[in-house]
Write a protein that binds this ligand. Sequence first.
Ligand code: MG
Length: 318
Amino acid sequence: MAVDAEPSRRWADPPVRYPDPAVRVLDERFARYRIVSAAVERLATGFRWVEGPVWFGDQHALVWSDVPSDVMWRWDEMSGEVSTFRSPSHFSNGNTRDRQGRLITCEHLERRVTRTEYDGSVAVLIDSFQNRRLNSPNDVITASDSAIWFSDPTYGIMYDYEGNRADPELPTAVYRVAPDSGTAAAVVTGLVQPNGLCFSPDERLLYVVDSGTSPGTIHVFDVDAATVSNGRIFADMSPGSSDGIRCDTDGNLWASAAGGGDGYDGVHIFAPDGTLIGQIELPERCANVTFGGRKRNRLFMAASQSIYSLYVNASGCA
Ligand code: MG
């Protein structure tokens, strides 16, 4: 009797049948953004707490922070390889690029925001306000006028795990650093732990996550140049919280989601009116997101120990 020389093929992982059930349409408005032949991909894993993903199109690379490991990593889009970008990273957290493409980084350990110049040297943009040390800059964005906006909660000084434990010298706040003078102003105060932030496509709205309330909330403010006013709650993240957020060019808000467990953790997508219209479920708590790829239509998600991506039919704001 003939026998098979090789054992039958076994699938290492169960295949994904398109459309990926991890991408959920909760409102018809989200249907156009889901690509039915695209699935969530895990690009890299084995980290401790990943944050601050930033896309470098000119390098075909994603860079991100592993905060407690004191390392920044780089994923190469061409080869798929992961290598060290910077170590030690001073327990870096949020990252972005300024209008000239230079890397802007929040550092927990040095309690500062830095700019990496083209030659690799690092310049300090700000480390104190009114002669008191910042708490631990968490997330950062650049406005079209080149002002740098960043949040300053206390997470990086609460434990030695993510920086150096210390008493806060300043209330938590969102700051704006003026492009010409470098002068800082506290533009949002009164939130418990201001965290992720982003502008609407026209920069008339500023979204700020408060991850210090239970449940977490996403606030929205009116912006007029350097002035912020009319704060109100945009979304209630019950039963968990958000952290990092990004807008697409249609004004939808893509918010990381953590703390709600299976079926909640991942990314929640809100229409400009605050309606939850879609969800990307991940098997880990998600801390931050960014759009990348040549068409800014690839969503990168920094989630606990892993980096994920998903192609979507939306484009991130530049
Ligand atoms: Mg954050």
